[in-house]
Design a protein around this ligand. Structure first.
Ligand SMILES: Cc1cc2nc3c(=O)[nH]c(=O)nc-3n(C[C@H](O)[C@H](O)[C@H](O)COP(=O)(O)OP(=O)(O)OC[C@H]3O[C@@H](n4cnc5c(N)ncnc54)[C@H](O)[C@@H]3O)c2cc1C
Length: 504
């Protein structure tokens, strides 16, 4: 029997947050892809319950945010420390009230299974992004600079060959693709074992109708998280459960509620790790998400970082497919994302260890906002200037338009944000006096550039330019280049900046 041969520009292996976001973004960039996932249903455990602001910005631009807000859990933000659930709070960590000054998006509280189902609906709405569930990547090899993969339809056992120009390995922490490529993970792989128990119980008598984001129960060192509106919760407690111990008994003991009525839904032992892959790309294969890095849940950054990876990658693949990006642009994926993977693994690893060394403070290095939004890319496709490092350890997050940084958020007169401008094309930002730059953009050959005049008076200061300066922002919302002052030859300067930032 001859196997079917399917051709696609991009094969995405894995339909978790990384793979689904890759599919969605590639489709929006007009690039066809085929996503396969061995699972037929969504993730069986709630896993993550948080997505941070930067990932929500990506989803805002893609039009997914309203559907996610509609299923968001009405938590009371912050953390509470109690001896067990019967005790009064020993300590509270309450985020400052009011809208964030640095982002149009708040973080989202929703369980990963719900999050993925919304994301899958959106990704599946684009004809360019084919999604195949119950399809296992059996093996692959590189052929003619691309990938030839064997995929098995699990229900029928039927094999399909898939020929792709590139493959995104979004196949999770145990990535078979990464193992086949022999790419090592650096960093500690065992920062302590935990047991997660998902259960259903009415705890409103102890938590109220809007529970805290997380409860740390100090008698057992466990964490308690509300996951679904229908009374579903998880606890994660250090170590394995005693042999033969009933999980329901463990939950009652951890909560200090010996008579609690509950249904245990699932148990899952897991090990915290703080690792990053030695290489994020090899030939036509890109590692993304947990396949590229594993973070302990201090700060809950795993899902968000998985999405940041593919946000960096998707527009670059699109630029090459559409003929305005050179291969060097694809090399910059690893150059830009590997340091972020190492930084996040190091910081969350230290933070996780500190949680268990007793002071309970989640981050003593970079703040959570800095981890989420502060990373600054340095690569041959970023036109650096002499500005100081915008992402020093130990600082809080300050918005910066230093090349390589996420372009700062600013509310615009029409109620939108600057973040909404960064989608499928490069954007040249100028203030009113920057007409020479706008003329240059209108006649510049190469990658498509939109010009936007920012009329808000704060813009030059926020973006670190004179009123007649200019800032070039990539489709992933990172600053590619800026000219602090006007130029004697704006067209030549802009052309050079665009050529560099598209890997030409
Ligand atoms: C117990 C637990 C708690 C967590 N808590 C948090 C948290 O609070 N906050 C947070 O941000 N993160 C948390 N995480 C981490 C978070 O779940 C991951 O960071 C996130 O799922 C990474 O997304 P991903 O798309 O890279 O990988 P995954 O979500 O793991 O997706 C990988 C996909 O690849 C598929 N796959 C694998 N191999 C193949 C193959 N050969 N062929 C086809 N398909 C394949 C799998 O079926 C899976 O769907 C937690 C993780 C665990 C285990």
């Amino acid at each position: 029997m001859t196997s079917e041969l399917v051709e696609t520009p991009v094969l995405i292996v894995g339909g978790g947050p990384a793979g689904l976001t890759a599919s969605l973004l590639l489709s929006r960039h007009g690039v066809e892809s085929l996503l396969i996932d061995k699972r037929v249903t969504g993730s069986p455990l709630p896993r993550a319950r948080g997505v941070h602001s930067r990932a929500m910005e990506i989803l805002r631009v893609c039009g997914v945010e309203p559907d996610l807000r509609a299923v968001e859990l009405p938590i009371t933000p912050g953390a509470e420390w109690r001896v067990d659930l019967t005790g009064s709070p020993l300590r509270e960590d309450v985020p400052s009230a009011g809208r964030s000054p640095v982002s149009p998006c708040e973080g989202l509280s929703v369980s990963q299974d719900v999050f993925e189902s919304v994301l899958r609906d959106h990704a599946g709405g684009y004809p360019a992004g084919r999604l195949r569930r119950g399809a296992l990547l059996e093996s692959f090899r590189t052929v003619d600079g691309g990938v030839l993969a064997t995929v098995t339809e699990q229900a029928s056992g039927r094999a399909t060959h898939v020929r792709a120009r590139w493959m995104i390995a979004a196949d999770g922490a145990r990535s078979g693709v990464r193992r086949q490529l022999g790419i090592a993970m650096n960093g500690p792989d065992d920062l302590g074992r935990q047991t997660m128990i998902a259960f259903r119980a009415d705890l409103t008598g102890r938590t109220g109708a809007r529970p805290r984001g997380i409860y740390f129960l100090t008698a057992t060192g466990a964490a308690l998280i509300w996951t679904h509106a229908d009374d579903r919760w998880v606890i994660s407690q250090p170590g394995p459960t005693a042999a033969g111990e009933d999980p329901a008994t463990v939950v009652r003991r951890v909560l200090g509620l010996p008579d609690l009525t509950l249904d245990v839904l699932a148990t899952n032992p897991w090990t915290a790790a703080a690792q990053s892959a030695a290489q994020f790309a090899r030939g036509p294969v890109f590692l993304a998400g947990d396949a590229a890095h594993r973070f302990p849940p201090a700060g809950a950054t795993g899902v968000s970082a998985a999405m940041h990876d593919v946000h960096n990658l998707a527009w670059k693949i699109a630029a090459v497919v559409h003929g305005h990006g050179g291969e060097k642009l694809l090399d910059s994926y690893a150059t830009e994302r590997e340091p972020v993977g190492r930084r996040n693994a190091d910081e969350t690893g230290i933070a996780w260890t500190r949680i268990f060394s007793g002071d309970g403070a989640p981050f003593r290095g970079r703040s959570l906002a800095q981890l989420d939004m502060g990373y600054q890319y340095t690569s041959p496709v970023i036109v650096g200037d002499a500005s100081p490092d915008a992402d020093p350890p130990g600082a809080d997050y300050h918005q910066s338009a230093t090349p390589g940084c996420r372009a700062p958020h600013l509310w615009l007169a029409d109620g939108s944000s600057t973040i909404d401008l960064f989608d499928r094309r490069f954007v040249l930002l100028t203030a009113e006096p920057g007409h020479a730059w706008r003329d240059a953009a209108a006649s510049c050959p190469g990658a498509p550039v939109d010009s936007h005049v920012v009329t808000e008076a704060q813009w030059p200061d926020l973006y670190g330019v004179a009123p007649d300066g200019a800032v070039l922002v990539r489709p992933d919302g990172h600053v590619a280049w800026r000219s602090v002052t006007p130029s004697t030859d704006p067209k030549a300067d802009l052309k050079t900046a665009l050529t560099t930032s598209t890997g030409g």
